[in-house]
Design a protein around this ligand. Structure first.
Ligand code: CTP
Ligand code: MG
Length: 229
């Protein structure tokens, strides 16, 4: 079977979140945000290994956060998310054999669920790239200086999430070719390389912790899911 590695990017500084430490090291339901994210991939049957990308300056926070988990040495990330992903892919490219598939995921999405991971991975049997996404349901307005400057046609619009899954060789080549292109997700890198990218219906609860309110929301959602177990 072709191997599948989860690449978790955790090398950001969390500028918008602020706080006493980067958001991926904030506590959520008793553990670091990053611990939740990694654990879900580590125990997933479709995932053979997990590689994390961190900022070397966060090494102590990282070691404390994942002390109970068995993980390979983390990779040092870069100045942008795109750089961090590319550096992680280069580490995986040095493995022998290289992975067949890679699922790239934001450390800041600790509520990723097993079904979404499985759905993205399954789609890769048929297409070179597949991302979790949620169809837009709100009506979208263009804002111009606090006033509505027009209504945006909602049909066909999706919010891109992670995980974003790829055939490993394809996304490695795309990231090498478009390094520094300032693209905000890996699907955009794949699109630029001309790869066909499938949309997989994800889960609206798979939010990205960006601001402090998001962490409170994540805690509420996590509590709610624990209560129904
Ligand atoms: N990330 C990364 N390397 C970077 C920037 C971001 O690995 N140079 C990671 C973050 O750790 C996060 C994910 O990419 O898990 C999504 O990025 P984002 O939500 O923007 O996180 P930050 O960049 O840390 O936050 P901010 O933009 O508010 O500074
Ligand atoms: Mg950022």
């Amino acid at each position: 079977m072709t191997s599948c590695v989860a690449l978790i990017v955790a090398a950001g500084s969390g500028e918008r979140f602020g706080g006493d430490r980067p958001k991926q090291y904030q506590r959520l339901a008793g553990r670091a945000v990053l611990h939740h994210t990694i654990s879900t991939f580590l125990r997933h049957p479709a995932v053979d290994a997990v590689q994390v990308v961190i900022q070397p300056a966060h090494r102590e926070l990282y070691d404390a956060a994942v002390a109970d988990l068995a993980l390979p040495e983390p990779v040092a990330g870069g100045a942008t998310r795109q750089d961090s992903v590319r550096l992680g892919l280069e580490r995986l490219a040095a493995l022998d054999p290289v992975p067949g598939f890679v699922l790239i995921h934001d450390a800041a999405r600790p509520l990723v669920d097993d079904a979404t991971i499985q759905a993205v991975r399954d789609r890769l049997d048929a297409v070179p790239a597949a991302i979790a996404a949620v169809a837009v349901t709100d009506t979208l307005k263009r804002g111009v200086a606090g006033l509505i400057g027009g209504t945006v046609e909602r049909a066909g619009l999706w919010r891109a999430q992670t995980p974003q899954g790829f055939r490993f060789a394809d996304i490695l080549g795309a990231h090498r070719e478009f390094a520094g292109a300032e693209l905000t997700d890996d699907a955009a890198v794949a699109e630029r390389a001309g790869l066909e990218v499938a949309l997989v219906e994800g889960n609206a609860d798979n939010l990205k912790v960006t601001n402090q309110d998001d962490l409170a929301r994540a805690a509420m959602l996590m509590n709610a899911s624990l209560l129904t177990l």
